[in-house]
Design a protein around this ligand. Structure first.
Ligand SMILES: [Fe+2]
Length: 204
């Protein structure tokens, strides 16, 4: 067989496979990030700043270890969910939440406690916060909420691999596969930690 003819035949033979692969890829369902309870400390009063840098607030710097928290918000088919509002809230380095005027007076004055951002067209978000700490019998966690077009799409909590959060009652009842979706792995950086935490929103 002529080399060119063989090449053409090979190319033709591969077309259905490529089409099948791309079709099955587009239909692939990603498992949704499990919902978690909102908890009692979603702010009743918001801090004066609500930007995605929780590590600096009102000209001061937070106590605790800085954490760069990045990730993507995705639909179940793997496509990015752009223009989604991502909110996070967590306690300060001493385990105190900042959720109303009284708690704002007693919590770390350098920690913002709550922040929000909007995903870009590729679904990416980014926060600077502190490595979460345990409080009141709960393992370290960051509360997260995804909103779009004024609707709450998901409220969840992110836990840290290696902190023993598997035993937490909010987590223990989940299957191993579902539980994995709530755990982020911390990487050591020059100044603290970074982590990547992707969130899959069902029905978005
Ligand atoms: Fe909490």
């Amino acid at each position: 067989m002529q080399p060119i003819r063989r090449l053409l035949l090979n190319l033709l033979a591969s077309v259905p496979v490529v089409l099948w692969l791309s079709k099955s890829g587009a239909q692939q369902k990603l498992p949704a990030t499990p919902a978690q309870p909102e908890g009692p400390f979603y702010p009743r009063e918001f801090p004066k700043e609500t930007d995605p840098d929780l590590f600096h607030y009102a000209g001061a710097t937070a106590k605790g270890i800085p954490l760069e928290l990045t990730g993507r918000v995705l639909r179940s088919d793997g496509s990015p969910l752009g223009s989604a509002v991502v909110e996070i809230w967590q306690c300060d380095a001493d385990g105190d939440y900042l959720y109303d005027a009284a708690s704002m007076r007693s919590a770390d004055p350098g920690f913002q406690g709550f922040g929000k951002t909007v995903t870009d067209s590729t679904g990416n978000y980014r926060f600077i916060t502190i490595r979460p700490v345990p409080y009141a019998g709960r393992p370290p966690h960051v509360h997260m909420r995804i909103k779009r077009d004024g609707k709450n799409l998901l409220t969840t909590q992110m836990y840290i691999k290696g902190d023993g959060a598997e035993k937490d009652p909010f987590v223990a009842h989940l299957s191993g596969a579902a539980r994995k979706l709530l755990f982020a792995e911390l990487l050591k950086t020059r100044t603290g930690f970074s982590t990547n935490f992707d969130i899959v929103v069902a029905g978005a």
